[in-house]
Ligand binder design. Sequence first.
Ligand SMILES: *Cc1c(COP(=O)(O)O)cnc(C)c1O
Length: 409
Amino acid sequence: MTDNQDSYITHLESALDGTELPAGVVQTMHNDRPLWVRYDLAALRKNVTRDALADRTAGMWRYRELLPVESDEHIVSLGETMTPVLKCDRLGQQLGASNLYIKDESRLPTGSFKARGMAIAVSMAKQFGIQRVAAPTAGNAGGALAAYAARAGIECYLFMPADTPIVNQYEAALHGAKVFLIDGLINDCGRIVREGKEPMGWFDMSTLKEPYRIEGKKTMGLELAEQMHWRLPDVILYPTGGGTGLIGMCKAFDELATLGWLETDNRPRMYACQSSGCPPIVNAFEAGERFAEPVTDARTIAAGLRVPGAVGDFMILDAVRASGGKAMAADESRLKEWMSDACELEGISLCPESAACIGVLQRALAEGEIKPNETIVIFNTGAAQKYVEVMKVDLPMIDHTKPIDWTAL
Ligand SMILES: *Cc1c(COP(=O)(O)O)cnc(C)c1O
């Protein structure tokens, strides 16, 4: 730390109209739209050098000054690792891409990148003395929130559609959250969390309804930049649901550029990848709109992509357009096949959400939208083994009391 200053946070700012709000008090949204966290980057630039990071512990907290937690005593951590960027030659060869990498976020606590967001959001809840949190969730956010809340000694209530993947239901319960199933959609769960705020006195941890999860997700971009020696790739493919990861990464690149830490001006083209079963951002992108119409019949095996309407829609669409990328949908019926390709060819435990990125990459290469020799990074946002319903196979049984027919194996 420099100058006894843990964080360089200065204020919060409405993403829609730029209204400034103070940082030292509990904030949620402004006019029902999300907030950015802002930092004194000029002071940070004077006091902290890029090279000083190298001596710090690997993981998201090495970017300490660019995170909002005001004092180290409030940090809630489960030992978040720096996730590897793996070159994928066999998968790349099949797809026709010679510089393909997967950044494997599946090693983070609770097996998904949701840990990054929740580590910061729960640390901030602790900073503000919040004792009870609640969230609607249809996937990995619930397990991550439950685990970090447990670590912080904060009470956690979760509301899940009844068809949420079974591992997500059980992991949240195992970490001591009060978990309830709802015979409805994620927005029905969201309404319960909203209505319960008064009578139950909980803080709403919904995606982008508190300002700090983006800051956690931002560390994916900071980490990638550092791992690639401060040169960003040509292309990033990101499985987009609520969009915090994509928005956070673009914010990271902006902050790094302001700090003068990047070696080149090259910014990656961001591809927001969705499933054809739930493509609200793709629809808005193609229609040239800044706000997305909610999808009414959202169906996908990729639970993290089943977000029919995102409060940060304009933030995703602005970021994708500014980067020169696109929002594209992959065929829902082929997600399992693409997931198996990555798992079989590379040994990476790829989630169905990231399988959508492989489908999009295949099409973008075929259309000449992405070139074969460009440097391409796909984010594997979660571990395949959290999706037992998707992984399920019928394995052949061997009768060990009889002679084995080796030719039949
Ligand atoms: C939540 C989730 C997503 C979508 O993330 P956003 O940043 O909200 O768009 C993608 N993949 C997995 C595995 C998830 O859990």
